[in-house]
Design a protein around this ligand. Structure first.
Ligand code: 13P
Length: 347
């Protein structure tokens, strides 16, 4: 491998440090406002700022969090004492990441499907964020399961855009987090989610290969393989773990630096339990080679948004009297997920 790639690969490995994962707090203004409203907090710029300050100043965060993903608004904000959030995180030993996509927009000619935009001017934006201390970036594509969905066109355009983004990130010495999310919405079965996730991963890695993305210098952020939210059947921890592991083993090259799941609206505890089950079962299935502790070619960890933040947000409720309790709740979830990333979490 080209020696100039060494810093990129080192960053990807640091993000995937054993027992650590990522805190996704890169909600757009609209999504953050929605989360505040859900727990009865007024949707103001001040409340978004106070909430984000609470998160980034949580004492001990780096015990289980290797990197934090910020949104543009937050990446330019500072604490009440005037310390930029980016510096707070760097000082705490946490790598700073930035969401750089411009959101999912309707895909022409394909009702009900979306393509993620944001490639225009991306090279310049990446250089800007890198100069301000960012070490990695995130781009999320969304794919919906339905009657005849996702279409081949939707999978292809999103995979192509993810690879274009990833190549631009690596040029700027930023580790790309590549996030193709197959949504939980719908009545589909676990088997159907597995089939679609497998196809999506195949398309994404084909495009990453064609566009020359260095797999050792990237992190995959996939969905877990789950039955749809309105599916009549349920799936046990073991069924979810086995279906997800099969999909990943078949679709993700061994050279990828690591895999960090999104939580996609699962409850905080369930997301932890499922991540734990995957690492436990992978390790107990007898690896043919004595590679990593979990018996897989890559670490399996978390890049959760809601499953890390929700208990803390609910406790804070917009009142700084509850600030310390909320920070403790965030740290607790981070530690639980850090343990789950090693298969050592116990309920
Ligand atoms: P959730 O864990 O809440 O799904 O958010 C993760 C994320 O970053 C989605 O892009």
């Amino acid at each position: 491998m080209n020696a100039s790639l060494a810093p990129l690969v080192a960053t990807a490995q640091a993000l995937m440090a054993p027992g650590k994962g990522l805190l996704a707090m890169d909600e757009s203004v609209g999504t953050c406002n929605r989360r505040l409203a859900e727990v009865g907090i007024a949707q103001t710029p001040e409340n978004r700022h106070r909430y984000r300050e609470l998160l980034v100043t949580t004492p001990g965060l780096s015990e289980a969090i290797s990197g934090v993903i910020l949104f543009d608004e937050t990446s330019h904000q500072s604490t009440a004492e005037g310390v930029p959030f980016v510096e707070v995180l760097q000082g705490a030993g946490v790598l700073v990441g930035i969401k750089v996509d411009a959101g999912a927009k309707l895909l022409a000619g394909h009702p009900d499907e979306q393509v993620t935009e944001g490639l225009d001017g991306l090279r310049e934006r990446l250089a800007h964020y890198a100069s301000r201390g960012a070490r990695f970036a995130k781009w999320r594509a969304v794919l919906k399961i339905g009657d005849g969905l996702p279409s081949r066109a939707c999978m292809l355009v999103n995979a192509h855009a993810l690879a274009r983004y990833a190549a631009l990130c690596q040029e700027a010495q930023l580790v790309p987090i590549v996030e193709p999310e197959v949504l939980m919405d719908g009545g589909h079965t676990l088997a159907r989610c597995s089939e679609v996730t497998g196809e999506v991963l195949h398309q994404v890695f084909e495009q990453l290969y064609r566009q020359g993305v260095v797999l050792e210098g990237m992190v995959l952020k996939p969905n877990m393989v789950l039955p749809g939210l309105s599916c009549a059947g349920t799936a046990s921890l073991e069924e979810v773990a086995d279906a997800t592991l099969s999909c990943l083993r078949r679709g993700v090259p061994a050279a990828v630096a690591g895999i960090a799941f999104l939580s996609s609206g699962q409850s905080a505890k369930l997301a932890t339990a499922r991540l734990n089950a995957m690492n436990l079962r992978a390790g107990s299935q007898g690896p043919e080679t004595a590679l990593p502790a979990n018996g897989l070619p890559w670490p399996l960890t978390f890049s959760f948004g809601r499953a890390l933040q929700q208990p803390a947000l609910g406790l804070w409720a917009g009142d700084d009297v509850n600030r310390v309790a909320a920070q403790k709740a965030l740290l607790h979830r981070a530690r639980c997920n850090g343990a789950a990333a090693q298969g050592t979490w116990r309920p």
